[in-house]
Design a protein around this ligand. Structure first.
Ligand SMILES: [Zn+2]
Length: 442
């Protein structure tokens, strides 16, 4: 119960991944070293440059057949790197979109699998390029930024690495990563990722294959580490720390676990979430779990706030008045679920039941969704967590899965949310929620 941050498979806390570019012949030797030590990674390839010369014969790119024989059979992931390796932020946007989309199409055809990853050629990107990636169905993209840290990325489309293998601190960082022990304080046990990147021809250029051998031998083959491709880690990590905490707290309210709620709240307050967010999370629970279930948690929150010296009550975050709460609630219903759908629901409700719709509009949406303190995506995500954790509310879970998509939360985020709450809600409710996400998101 102490460890509530998202964990990698088998509840491992640490993961290692590699990311190597350009699809050159030296990838073969690199992959042999990786396999010997159990490492995995992602190889970023230019579908329009197979077999071409790369700054001299020695650095030639693999042919299509060589690439096909090497990457997938060895358990590695293939990702795009631009069809012609353009610096996407520097070329005309039509050319940039084409470089992304054509590479994806070419690699999917060649390797027979869905490609969702990318590394920016020459590290070149800007906000427009990131938007293009989204349009082209790319979910994660590596930059050439090194952090020398082990945090999980908060923005997967501007993915930084821990370091390049040319970094003189490589082994020092590897040691720091391996030697970090579990702390008794829950908040100190965040998941850790060592993300290494480079080009395998550099080992020939610098005549130093021994540095990657040394790295792989040291960091590889450890029980406590998950070795994975970029894509595998992405699948597990699409929730930010804050979202993970919000979803967990929401789940514990719905499951009626005040003790676990208190423990996690005390550990995360002021580090990962703010008092305002906690208050809003609690308020948002009321229309979904009902006053009956929410009631106890107001007391728990007040106690934790008092103990931490947080002044209560906090500023009001309400944005409606008794006069406009229905109108504003309806605006949100229309935006999330579609005006036609809401109109149809209201029209088809018998007169003696219309008061339920009025309550839904004014109370649930007018009084709560209009508040500040959590953004639309957070509000919909925790609502999903409330309903999934309650169980038996599958119809409403369908509606709010759609609601999540409307506010920009994608399928991966919902699957991650279910992964986070799984230990608390058990398998039947987990599998029901997953089935609904698959049904709605495809
Ligand atoms: Zn490149």
């Amino acid at each position: 119960m102490n460890q509530t941050y998202i964990r990698f498979p088998n509840f491992k806390r640490k993961a290692v991944t590699l990311s190597y570019d350009d699809g050159v012949r030296q990838d073969k030797r690199l992959i042999e070293i990786m396999q010997k030590n159990g490492l995995k990674g992602t190889f970023n390839i230019n579908g329009g440059l197979f077999g071409s010369c790369y700054d001299g014969v020695e650095k030639g790119r693999m042919t299509k057949q060589e690439a096909l024989d090497l990457y997938i059979p060895s358990g590695m992931e293939v990702a795009i790197h631009g069809y012609k390796h353009f610096s996407l932020s520097l070329v005309d946007s039509a050319l940039a979109v084409n470089d992304i989309a054509t590479d994806r199409k070419e690699l999917e055809k060649t390797f027979g699998r869905i490609i969702k990853g990318m590394a920016y050629a020459n590290g070149a990107y800007n906000d427009t390029v990131v938007d293009m990636l989204k349009q082209c169905g790319i979910s994660y993209a590596r930059t050439t930024v090194s952090t020398e840290k082990f945090d999980l990325p908060s923005d997967w489309l501007r993915l930084p690495a821990t370091c390049r293998h040319r970094n003189p601190r490589l082994m020092e960082l590897a040691k720091e990563f391996v030697e970090t022990k579990e702390q008794s304080y829950y908040w100190a046990n965040k998941p850790m990722l060592f993300y290494l990147w480079g080009h395998s021809f550099e080992f020939d250029d610098d005549n130093n294959w021994r540095i990657i051998e040394e790295f792989a031998e040291y960091i590889g083959g450890r029980d406590e580490i998950w070795y994975a491709t970029n894509g595998e880690i992405f699948e597990y990590s699409t929730l930010s720390e804050k979202d993970s905490i919000l979803v967990t707290l929401a789940c514990l309210i719905a499951c009626q676990s005040p003790k676990a709620f208190k423990k996690i709240l005390r550990a995360s307050l002021d580090k990962d979430i703010t008092p305002i967010e906690v208050k809003e999370l609690l308020y948002q629970s009321v229309p979904y779990v009902g006053f009956g279930r929410a009631h106890n948690f107001f007391g728990v929150v007040t106690k934790v706030f008092d103990k931490k010296g947080i002044e209560n009550p906090l500023d009001s975050r309400s944005n409606t008045t008794p006069e406009d709460r229905h109108e504003k609630g309806r605006e949100i219903q229309d935006r999330y679920f579609g005006a036609d759908m809401i109109q149809m629901m209201n029209d088809s409700t018998p007169d003696d039941q219309k008061h339920f719709n009025r309550f839904l509009e004014g109370f649930c949406f007018g009084d709560f969704y209009t508040r500040d303190g959590l953004d639309d995506q957070q509000r919909e995500l925790i609502t999903f967590a409330y309903i999934a954790s309650l169980g038996g509310c599958e119809n409403q879970l369908r509606g709010h899965t759609q609601g999540n998509l409307s506010v920009g939360n994608d399928k991966e985020k919902l699957v991650s949310a279910i992964t986070v709450i799984m230990p608390y809600i058990g398998f039947p409710r987990t599998l029901n929620a997953l089935a609904i996400v698959n049904e709605i998101c495809g």
